[in-house]
Design a protein around this ligand. Structure first.
Ligand code: AMP
Length: 508
């Protein structure tokens, strides 16, 4: 068992020294270059921190290969990294720096000023200056001997409901456990070429990064601009030799809705994995018809359990109105679905998905209160301390014993005395023949259910009649608003808050 992700890099740099590991629009890095540059930068970090370890390192760089060097450099130096979105508003950046208090910030010349503005007293390391620096192997070896697998590898910030971002602390051990499971389940090899969509500050990117380094794969870091044109994106996938993608469903839905799979189908894709939100079966079916030979898998999980804790490899046909299962727990992970009395659900009951295993994060950085609210003692075990993570996601089992996503606890509403899962309305609306995308929300002030639907030309009356045949009266929307598109958040998922603002404006 490894104790540190840098051991993956050490092995791959020996096995595939000259093979490209990561590539962006400007440059590429082989495994040996990645190892060399990371170690050189690590020595700079160690000297800037006077050898102190287990310190937070902010990585404030645009998405590209330099970020990967900074991540491994942080690990080599015995510290942990936090990827920060360079497009983030200054106010949120300040909050993250306030919560993290980074011991050093790795950036480049173009972003130095922005860092200085928000955090004038920080120790700033310019990545470009140190990549070719001298490597003190003795120092790095000494540091490595003090790193154990429960030490943090990264702190990833998610949006907190109070407006204060929460930093999820994830260890080497959790990432190694996840990466080993992925290798076993999806048989990644040195032939695997990932087309990375996930921003590095979003934990879906963990799959691309660590699987590449573990298995000698290649990751092509696809720029955000390429996602603006489905046709150009699809052509690029084949051009770049990409055979494996792990994307948010919104990105796959965009391509399916554009019709481009009929004219510029990326037939080189062999594995199409997705995670982060519900994948509508209608659009999945479009993909499956276009590339029938590919493996499709629905992965589920929040940042707090290291990206993924359940998975379903699509193995049968689904009607457009059927839900895609979340499947079963990953190896070395147990799922407990608890009802309001903290007992395991039975029959058709719906409960909160809770997770037990090595995948659990340590908690929220510098926030003991939020940590103890979400990471609690397993209520089914009163004999010794054992943590579970409460996801806030509601699920049930289908007749095959597979987990089905019902919705977020926060999207469960009480309307006219009925308890309603907005996710259920969404899946019914998504199955309507004309729907490309949809999002259901609740307007508590006016006590009405709102439904946003794309495309704009959707016949609202026809949709309403359709919903009447699928749902009880009390679940029908009080207002349907059609839109040309739905706003996406920085991770590429539907942005529910912005959608609510749009609906409020339109509903007035
Ligand atoms: P994040 O921590 O940003 O990765 O968001 C995690 C949340 O995204 C989960 O708690 C779920 O609400 C949602 N999610 C992730 N994967 C799926 C999936 N396969 N199906 C439905 N919702 C998902």
């Amino acid at each position: 068992m490894l104790s540190n992700v840098t051991e993956y890099l050490k092995r791959s740099a020996i096995a595939y020294p000259d093979k490209i590991a990561f590539r962006d629009e400007q440059q590429s890095l082989t495994f040996s270059q990645l190892e060399r540059q990371s170690k050189a930068l690590a020595c700079k970090i160690a000297s800037a921190l006077s050898g102190k370890t287990k310190q937070p390192i902010g990585v404030y760089l645009p998405k590209g290969v330099a970020c990967i060097v900074a991540f491994f450099a942080s690990a080599y130096s015995g510290n942990f990294y936090t990827p920060i979105d360079t497009a983030m508003p200054k106010a949120r950046l300040s909050k993250i720096f306030e919560a993290l208090r980074p011991a050093a910030i790795i950036t480049d010349a173009a972003h130095n000023e922005a860092v200085m503005e928000v955090s004038p007293n920080s120790t700033v390391i310019d990545v470009e200056t140190w990549l070719d620096g001298k490597i003190d192997n003795e120092l790095l070896n000494r540091i490595q001997r003090t790193v154990i697998d429960t030490d943090p590898l990264y702190v990833m910030f998610t949006s907190g409901s109070t407006g204060m971002p929460k930093g999820v602390v994830v260890s080497h051990r959790s990432v190694i456990d996840y990466t080993e499971w992925l290798a076993e389940t999806f048989s990644f090899t040195e032939q695997t070429v990932f087309g990375n969509q996930a921003p590095f500050y979003f934990d879906n990117s963990i799959l691309d990064i660590y699987s590449t380094v573990r298995n000698g794969c290649e990751t092509v870091i696809i720029s955000e601009e390429r996602f603006l044109s489905p046709k150009r994106l699809c052509l690029y996938l084949d051009e770049a030799g990409i055979n494996t993608i792990f994307w948010v469903p919104s990105a796959l839905v965009l391509i399916a809705n554009s019709g481009v799979l009929e004219t510029a189908c990326p037939t080189g894709l062999e594995q199409i994995l997705f995670c982060g939100e519900v994948m509508p079966t209608k659009q999945l079916n479009i993909w499956r018809r276009a590339i029938p030979k590919a493996l499709y898998a629905n992965l589920y999980g929040p940042t707090e359990i290291t990206d993924v804790c359940t998975y379903y490899i699509v193995d049968r046909e689904f009607g457009n109105d059927e839900c895609l299962p979340m499947g079963l727990p990953c190896r070395n992970t147990e799922i407990l679905v608890l009802n309001e009395d903290n007992r395991l659900i039975s029959g058709n009951e719906i409960g909160e998905l809770c997770v037990r295993g090595t995948c659990l994060a340590h908690g929220y950085y510098g926030n003991a209160e939020k940590t103890s609210a979400a990471f609690t003692q397993n209520p089914l075990n009163d004999k010794y301390p054992e943590k579970i993570y409460r996801t806030g996601d509601l699920v049930r089992y289908n007749e095959r014993g597979e987990l089905i996503f019902v919705g977020r606890k926060d999207f469960q509403i009480k309307h006219m005395g009925h308890r309603i899962e907005l996710g259920e309305l969404e899946s019914a609306a998504a199955a309507f023949h004309a729907t490309e995308r949809c999002c259901a929300l609740y307007d508590g002030n006016d006590s009405r259910i709102l439904l946003a639907v794309v495309p704009e030309k959707t016949d609202k009356a026809e949709l309403y009649q359709y919903l009447k045949t699928k749902l009880p009266r009390y679940m029908l929307p009080g207002l349907i608003v059609t839109l040309p598109s739905l706003p996406l958040n920085s991770n590429g998922k539907i942005d529910r808050k912005k959608t609510a603002e749009l609906l409020c404006d339109k509903g007035k």
